[in-house]
Design a protein around this ligand. Structure first.
Ligand code: ADE
Length: 227
């Protein structure tokens, strides 16, 4: 999978060198590149924003640098372009799964009050475009949102994770939150591991875990059960 991220703060993405993604890049599973939007400006100040038509607070990102960035980065047949924005559809595990099968994703990380909407409309002629939000809160820009999405997507690429089973069992894989986990010692500060987990009875353990998942989901995320 090829991933590009366009931002006025490309250094945000340096953390991807750490952790598993660094390894996956070396293995050739993923090629990632961050790009500075200002590379596609032509004035001495490298201007990327301007005041909004219609008035209002804040600045809007100008369309021209984004258009040129996409001219350079969209050279293949309809990649997926993701605009990170609090006004987008919510990111979730199902979307991460779907995106993990793509060949090329371009993240467009806006700042300020967002990007001129014509950039989104124009990108649709050459790419499959999604406007996606990390959650119902506002960040200073889309970089942290893109980082989170990249981590959630890339770990689902076949061969990325050492233990494929852990992906099947984790939270959100089946629309439920994951059951609680325990390890040694069996008694810690007078707190004991639930007996059933020591029984060696696999069917009973599976039943207990499922019940715990449902209970946890009901308590913390009843909206997931409704879905
Ligand atoms: N940019 C600012 N807030 C955001 C959010 N919640 N999701 C995605 N991009 C953002």
């Amino acid at each position: 999978m090829r991933i590009d991220a366009v931002s006025i703060f490309p250094d945000y993405f340096n953390v991807l060198e750490l952790s598993l993604l660094g390894k996956a890049q070396k293995q050739g599973l993923i090629s990632f590149q961050a790009h500075d939007l200002r590379h596609w400006t032509h004035d001495i100040h490298k201007t990327v924003d301007d005041s909004p038509y219609g008035g209002g607070a804040g600045m809007v990102m100008k369309p021209e640098p984004w258009g040129e960035a996409f001219d350079d980065l969209i050279t293949d047949n309809r990649p997926t372009v993701i605009f990170t924005t609090p006004a987008g559809r919510p990111f979730n595990q199902a979307l991460a799964k779907e995106l993990s099968t793509k060949e090329h994703i371009v993240f467009a990380c806006g700042r300020y009050e967002g990007i001129d909407q014509r950039v989104v409309e124009h990108a649709k002629s050459r790419a499959d475009v999604l406007e996606v939000s990390l959650g119902d809160y506002v960040l200073n820009g889309g970089e942290v949102a893109a980082l989170a999405m990249i981590e959630a997507i890339t770990r689902l690429i076949p061969g990325f994770m050492g233990n494929a089973e852990s992906i099947v069992e984790e939270s959100h894989a089946d629309g439920l939150l994951e059951y609680p986990s325990y390890t040694k010692p069996q008694i810690w500060r007078e707190l004991e591991v639930p007996d059933v987990l020591l029984s060696g009875h696999h069917a009973e353990i599976a039943k207990w875990r499922k019940a715990q998942s449902v209970e946890r989901t009901k308590a913390v995320r009843p909206d997931l059960l409704a879905e």
